[in-house]
Design a protein around this ligand. Structure first.
Ligand SMILES: [Zn+2]
Length: 358
């Protein structure tokens, strides 16, 4: 059956515009002006994006199944104590789904690519808030429950999502209306490492902030009130995988050691997806276990879960993130089809850039 389907051809790095280039990935690029159908067909052929897509698409269904189980079977919506878990599980469904969609449709055009990844960043930012909400109600060490830091933890995490999404979107093309260049192709001010620095900062900062109570609980706390229980081993696994995820993103290993050897299987972005999802899986197991085992103590001693400190911040985060994404996307949707002036000045140069201008 598959032999009857004509798959789109793949290209080498020199055959696609620079906006599509990935460090040390030499082959397996899809057409830079793929149709939506070609993008979907590419799920079933080997390109340098195929495993990036599947490593997040399949886990989306796993987390959706977990969410449905909590919402419908355990009737979580009737029990406010489970609302933080629902927010977290929703964020665990959205971020791999947004990522797999971004990787699938990012080759429709440079504009589509930027917008796809703006949504990807917004979804990751929402996940960082989901983690903060669930930590706040289930994972905070006994000692810190109801402290000033605890009371400010979710408001700060909500504000962090704004910083995270703005910085991550900024890392692609700069600020809309001020810094976007005419063809929307070049990344932020020339130097790719500049973009990468902003993106690492955008996701590293909220991740570190969210994990402050957990780091304190599992690495620093001594004496009573440290919540030193069986769940800590799951938290260790999650933290280990989260560090590995960050390391892979920052170093782009192993493909930097052997450019071209890991184009289809084994490059850092695939490993980054796998480690990130496995980390989220252990994070989910840990917070579920904390939720069940600590419930009597938390119900008696911690602030109660309400709309204002769980579902409300999540809703606010979604709305604000969508506004930010629209703000960064608007010039891409309304911008000129091609940079006419450049074309007029140098027709030959414009002709070589035909794939970059749409
Ligand atoms: Zn990705």
């Amino acid at each position: 059956m598959l032999s009857l389907i004509k798959f789109p051809r793949v290209f080498s790095i020199n055959q696609v515009p620079k906006v599509y280039h990935e460090d040390s990935i030499i082959s397996g690029y899809r057409h830079p002006r793929s149709s939506a159908t070609d993008c979907i067909l590419s799920l079933f052929q080997m390109t340098n994006e195929t495993l990036n897509i599947w490593t997040h698409f399949l886990p989306t269904w796993y987390f959706l199944w977990k969410l449905v189980t909590v919402v419908l079977m355990q009737q979580g919506w009737q029990d406010s104590f489970t609302w933080p878990l629902m927010v977290f599980l929703l964020s665990c469904c959205i971020y791999p789904l947004a990522s797999s969609c971004a990787h699938t449709f990012s080759t429709m055009s440079p504009r589509a690519r930027h917008i796809c990844f703006f949504f990807d960043y917004g979804a990751l930012s929402f996940y960082s808030l989901g983690a903060a909400v669930v930590y706040s109600f289930y994972a905070f060490p006994d000692k810190w429950v109801n402290s000033s830091f605890h009371q400010w933890y979710i408001p700060i995490a909500t504000a962090n999502t704004v910083v995270c999404t703005v910085l991550a979107c900024y890392s692609r093309l700069g600020f809309p209306f001020l810094q976007y260049n005419g063809d929307f192709v070049k990344r932020l001010p020339g130097n790719p490492s500049f973009s990468k620095f902003f993106r690492i900062l955008a996701f590293g900062y909220p991740c570190l902030f969210d994990n402050i109570p957990l780091f304190y609980r599992v690495f620093l706390c001594t004496g009573d009130g440290c919540t030193d229980n069986d769940t800590n081993i799951l938290h260790y696994k999650h933290i280990g995988l989260a560090l590995l995820t960050g390391f892979l993103f920052a170093t782009r290993l192993p493909e930097r050691l052997a450019p071209g050897s890991f184009d289809y299987i084994g490059h850092s972005h695939q490993l980054f997806h796998v480690c990130g999802i496995l980390g989220t899986h252990f994070q989910m197991l840990a917070v579920e276990q904390d939720m069940v085992t600590r419930r009597p103590w938390l119900t008696a001693n911690a602030m109660p879960v309400s709309f204002a400190n769980s579902l409300g911040p999540a809703l606010l985060c979604v709305v604000v993130n969508l506004i930010i994404i629209c703000f960064f996307s608007l010039p891409l949707l309304s911008g000129p089809a091609c940079q006419k002036s450049k074309e007029g000045q140098n027709k030959k140069k414009a002709a070589t850039k035909v794939c970059s201008c749409y």
